[in-house]
Design a binder for this molecule. Sequence first.
Ligand SMILES: *Cc1c(COP(=O)(O)O)cnc(C)c1O
Length: 382
Amino acid sequence: MPVPCAIDTGWPRARAGAVLTIDLAAIRANYRLLRARAEGAECAAVVKADAYGLGAAQVAPALEAEGARTFFVAHIDEGIALRRHVSPGARIIVLHGALPETEDECVRHDLVPVINDLDQLRRWRVLAATLARPLPAVLQLDTGMSRFGLSERDVGAIAEDPDALRGIDVCLVMSHLACADDPDDPASNRQRARLLHLRGALPRAPASLAASSGIFLGPDFHFDLVRPGAALYGVAPDATRPNPLHPVVRLQARVLQTRVVGPDDGVGYGLTYRPASPRRIATIAVGYADGFMRCGAGDGCAWLDGVRLPVLGRISMDSMTIDVTDAPERLIRPGATVDLLDTRRGVDDVARAAGTIGYEILTSLGRRYHRAYVADHAPADL
Ligand SMILES: *Cc1c(COP(=O)(O)O)cnc(C)c1O
């Protein structure tokens, strides 16, 4: 597959309020690192939610070029859209499975549903009988998260009914860990034991338990296939250790206007920031409509060459105001840029300041950014 290189999508760069640079080479390097950590298991790639907001149309082909053969999405429509961007032999697994009367869409677009309950299983079996050919499926087992999957009782019912899996080619049994980001949490071992137990009652099939964080719990958790998502995109798998993954995104916001404010002034809606002494401030072209949440303003900041530029007052829909007193004045002019995300300050740092997790920062990244994809590590400056 050709690897897209420096494809620009979105607004023309010169007019854009912010530029989001997505490093496909870093995503590929993260895939290699995760595959090596889970040696012996197949390394699938989770590209749901448009590859966590980074663009499945660009990300999935890059991962396929790196050797990924199995892709996970959440919805059938995500699978249909992804089909056009990967080769015909690539396997696309739909985590939510098929809603009633949408099973034939899975067949038409060559998508493998995850079966989460007995009714989904029955409907898939009926379709296989109608088409008179075996249909592939993934069985999800609930091992303790109580979110998706067949219960112990459901597994018992399948084990007792010789026709339960008739016409169904079970290509994977899977479950999902609730507490994998804390290596000391005993819940992960309990879930692993339950997977082994439930799996024993079913016909032999490859198994999968680990997403990003689960890979770092060690080989006992790898089984036959691992399913990283967030780690591919640079999110730390475990907050207690240094992040071994490469940063993937850089977000540069444009300065729109600057001014000097003093003790008689207030800044932004509600005038919640009032300077004690004169400050130089800049308004930049990213706001909460671009994923920088109003509630995260407190410890938020931008950066310029290592100089911290704190967010002042409330974040507006299309802009926010930052303190640029400590930055060289000549570098902070309309049209110049400051970094909101970069290699030193990644999605996890921004998430911490906003009281959330890196996953939410990535999947909230705005649609108004100019997006630049780079397939090498050359810095992408404006
Ligand atoms: C989202 C998801 C993944 C990927 O999780 P990450 O923590 O992003 O690696 C894997 N498996 C299932 C079932 C998921 O829902």
